[in-house]
Write a protein that binds this ligand. Sequence first.
Ligand SMILES: [Zn+2]
Ligand SMILES: [Zn+2]
Length: 145
Amino acid sequence: MKKNTLILIFAAVVLAFVSVSCKKDAPVAKPQITLTEVGHENSLKAMCGDDMHLEADILAEGLISRIDVEIHQEGGSFEIEKTYTDGKYIGVKNVEFHEHIDIPADAPLGEYHLHFTVADREGQTSQVEAHIQVIEFDEHEHHEE
Ligand SMILES: [Zn+2]
Ligand SMILES: [Zn+2]
């Protein structure tokens, strides 16, 4: 075998090794969630028969693939669920979530627990929680924003 051929083979082996090791991607950070406002002015209150203002800052290096909001009664079985799998939040890295979650008029009053879950396209999920109070509807307390 000629010396040049040997050098070529050596170069090819080195290249193959380099490209294999480059496939090891650096791990992508899990989604980061900060609940900024739960209820109007972060009152942590929602009125039955109204909607609850909900705001969160999301940073997902792996891009948002799904957002789940689950509000369940403490010591009861009443549940409110909302899932976002398309629309303005999906495929985005950094976004301010702002939605109004409908609280049905037949929701029992009292303590509830909120779970806010974000999944990214890498299959990673993060969750934050809050405790809220579902109170009687009062039209003076109703806010549009
Ligand atoms: Zn709002
Ligand atoms: Zn819970």
